[in-house]
Design a protein around this ligand. Structure first.
Ligand code: FAD
Length: 458
């Protein structure tokens, strides 16, 4: 493509949302330009989903070494070689990165490296070059947020970006924020040997999840020796001789070697020409309709930049939706309640659909049935020595509208839960399906057997 090319679609940002739109668009015959200032793959691949899961897995292996004896295996845990852990993690990333670069090249997406800025409703300027398109997709993602007066220095006060490359295992850490990112780091660091305290201003860890899941996670964390302080907000932080001291609104103080700020991520929209071109923005988020269209007819937006769930698979789905719409297909809007959510700590928290509290709000308390199935009755969980529960939320005599699971590997069970939710299967229909024995997946079947009035192992 030369300078006079007008692309069908110009995409600003090569993270989950942007690259999914590029790959699907190219597959459907669109001429696509993908602009990325840093690395193709974005947050998820380089600073998010993938590296955190590698750290969590290394932590799980450490725990297995520590706990081997309870399975009759003689092994000992001698410590963490953090450089080697980083190498393992970086190898995973670079393998996936190469694969993604290959895909973008083989689908004939025009990849443009550089910092882009929206220069008109149909163009992006990249380091002095104008890239014209019939349509523009904004997918510039998000970055870690901080609080006023809390300066992230990358050494003692850090964000998740720094935590992923820290050259040491901290002796002690305070994690500000008990949401998904905070509890995942709490879990991995604890497995590495760090003394961890999580500070969460709301009443529970993972506060967006069903309260039962939060309480189970809190119980499991307590058992693991992960400390947490709930229900009081952060007030200030100051350096001490060897670390950081945090003071909460009630005057309580905590000290540790590092403070990880994990209070959420904010959209990257400032200074990129969005507002100048008339794109409607609210608190930094680009506003879109259910087809990911902004108020400017030639501009769409997806991913962490828009106020939907900040998840990579949501970014993929939104990017694909835009590509399909622009290619003339008729994609269906996303049902965000039907998106699976997994927090990959030890134990895992996985869910789809709505919480019991939300269901009661929508349908009325007397119309909602909640059933808990304890993994103690599940053979495979017993073998793995993992504790937890599956909770089903059902509209009385109707479909299951929420599945909330806590236990190791429950993230792998969320796929079936998602089908049950999205296909509005009745408990009796799910109970009809034979689940393999002994699997953890069987627990989901057993929960539905119980909900259908014919419990087997409960
Ligand atoms: P991003 O991935 O942030 O991509 C935006 C891209 O745009 C970046 O590559 C950036 O360099 C580029 N860009 C920005 N401005 C410009 C510009 N002006 N010019 C050119 N390029 C630009 N999600 C999950 O689903 N599962 C998980 O397990 C999970 N774990 C996570 C763990 C952590 C620690 C973090 C931080 C996030 C995690 N997420 C997870 C969230 C997930 O990473 C994001 O939802 C996802 O990356 C969003 O994709 P995106 O395309 O919107 O944005």
């Amino acid at each position: 493509n030369d300078a006079s090319t007008v692309f069908d679609l110009v995409i600003l940002g090569g993270g989950s949302g942007g690259y999914a739109a590029a790959l699907r668009g190219a597959q459907l015959g669109l001429d696509v330009a993908l602009i990325e200032k840093n690395k193709l793959g974005g947050t998820c691949l380089h600073n998010g989903c993938i590296p955190t899961k590698a750290l969590l897995h290394a932590g799980e292996v450490a725990d297995q070494a520590r706990e081997a004896e309870q399975f009759g295996v003689k092994a000992s845990f001698e410590g963490i070689d953090i450089k080697a852990v980083h190498k393992y993690k970086d190898d995973v990333i670079s393998g996936l990165y190469k694969g993604l670069q290959g895909l973008v090249a083989s689908r004939k997406v025009t990849y443009i490296e550089g910092h882009g800025r929206l220069s008109s409703p149909t163009s992006v300027d990249v380091d002095g070059r104008r890239v014209e398109g019939r349509h523009v997709l904004l997918a510039t993602g998000s970055v870690p947020k901080s609080l006023p007066g809390l300066e992230i220095d990358g050494n003692r006060i850090i964000s998740s970006d720094h935590a992923l490359t820290l050259d040491r295992v901290p002796e002690s850490a305070i994690i500000l924020g008990g949401g998904v990112i905070g509890v995942e780091f709490a879990s991995a660091w604890k497995s590495f040997g760090t003394d961890v305290t999580v500070i969460e201003g709301l009443k529970h860890l993972v506060p967006v999840e069903d309260e039962n899941s939060s309480k189970l996670l809190e119980r499991a964390f307590r058992k693991r020796g992960i400390k947490f302080n709930l229900g009081t907000f952060f007030q200030s932080a100051e350096y001490t001789e060897n670390g950081v001291k945090v003071t909460l609104a009630d005057g309580k103080t905590f000290e540790a070697e590092v403070l990880l700020v994990a209070i959420g991520r904010g959209p990257v929209s400032a200074g990129l020409g969005y507002e100048e071109q008339g794109v409607a923005i609210d608190r930094g988020y680009v506003l879109v309709d259910e087809y990911m269209r902004t108020n400017v007819p030639t501009i769409s937006a997806v991913g962490d930049l828009v106020p939907t769930l900040q998840l990579a698979h949501v970014g993929f789905a939104e990017g694909i939706l835009v590509a399909e719409r622009l290619a003339g297909l008729k994609p269906v809007p996303i049902d965000y309640d039907g998106v699976p959510r997994v927090t990959y700590c030890h134990p895992e928290v996985a869910s789809v659909g709505i919480t019991e509290a939300k269901a009661k709000e929508i349908y009325g308390a007397d119309k909602v049935v909640a059933l808990k199935y304890n993994l103690a009755g599940n053979g495979k969980s017993k073998i793995l020595k993992t504790a937890g529960e599956i909770k089903l939320v059902q509209v009385k005599d109707g479909a299951v509208v929420g599945v909330h699971m806590v236990g190791d590997r429950m993230g792998e069970q969320v796929g079936e839960a998602q089908l049950i939710y999205n296909w509005e299967a009745l408990p009796a229909e799910v109970a009809q399906l034979i689940h393999a024995h002994p699997t953890q997946n069987e627990a989901l079947g057993e929960a539905h057997l119980a909900l259908a009035g014919k419990p087997l192992h409960s």
